[in-house]
Unconditional design. Sequence first.
Length: 338
Amino acid sequence: MKKLLFGALVLSFMSACNNDTISNQEDASQDPGTASGMTASKRACPSDLIREKALKSDPALRARFEANELQSENFLRDLSMGKVLADGTVEIPVVFNVIYNTSSQNVSDARIAEQIAVLNADYGATNSDINKIPAAFQPSAAGNVKISFKLVATNRKQSTKTGWRSDLEEMKKSTTGGINATDPTKNMNIWVVNSILDEDSQPGTLGYAYYPESAGLWYDGLVIGYQYIGKTGASAPFNLGRTVTHEVGHYLNLPHLWGSSNTGCQTDYSNDTPASPGPNFGTPSYPLNKVCGGVSRSQMFMNYMDYVDDKAMFMFSANQKTRMQAVVAAAGPRAGLR
Ligand SMILES: [Zn+2]
């Protein structure tokens, strides 16, 4: 950490002095005395003096200086908290809120640990099935997304409820039998429930999540059915923890490959995921071509943002990585997670 900071200081010094050199050269061209090729005997760098003078006379410049210093201070503090790791990986603190009726729905600490491990493998591109990416899609594979996950708390609550309405967010309020979020500006909350119900009280949802425009709101986070957490005891074919991988994708601003509406063939804002008319299910065989706008394209159905079975999805694209990085960047909507 110290090394990094020192490096940054050296860099900024070097650039300041380079600028200074340039201005000296400009001066020199107008000054016949130095144009003759006089060599300095002592190092002199007036960057700070020049800066001081400028900051005194220009309040807007001073405001920018102060903002930069604050940003550096925050960056340093985040490093000291271990949230931005030395290699630049952003480590997201995760809070599990498990609400169960029967004991089998009370997913074990071991299963939660498995889920965190799946997230770290999938987002770190160390998942064992990454070698299955078809050659044609390998150039657009994300590699290490440089976002990792660290479990910081697990809250548990027994409830008589057998289903939880997603539209009412019942699981996220103690007043409706749920568990309140743990500071959603700083933690990714995951609620685990026995059954997610739609607005007509119908079950069938594996999970859902909120996009970054909801960052920090009381309902921000993921909701996942207990059947789909981790691997051991999870329900096939959704038993490799990838429901959470997919929902975290939404949390980090990734739409489905076919866009945010059911119409299909809409943008997902990533240029390296081929246009798609709608979800793929099960375990499709590669290649699989589908048509959008009259053009047939090979589908990237093995992307985590499709609907295929857990064992059939194993990649993010490079553009998707960039989008997720933008969300957790220092100036991004989920910077508080850093
Ligand atoms: Zn989804």
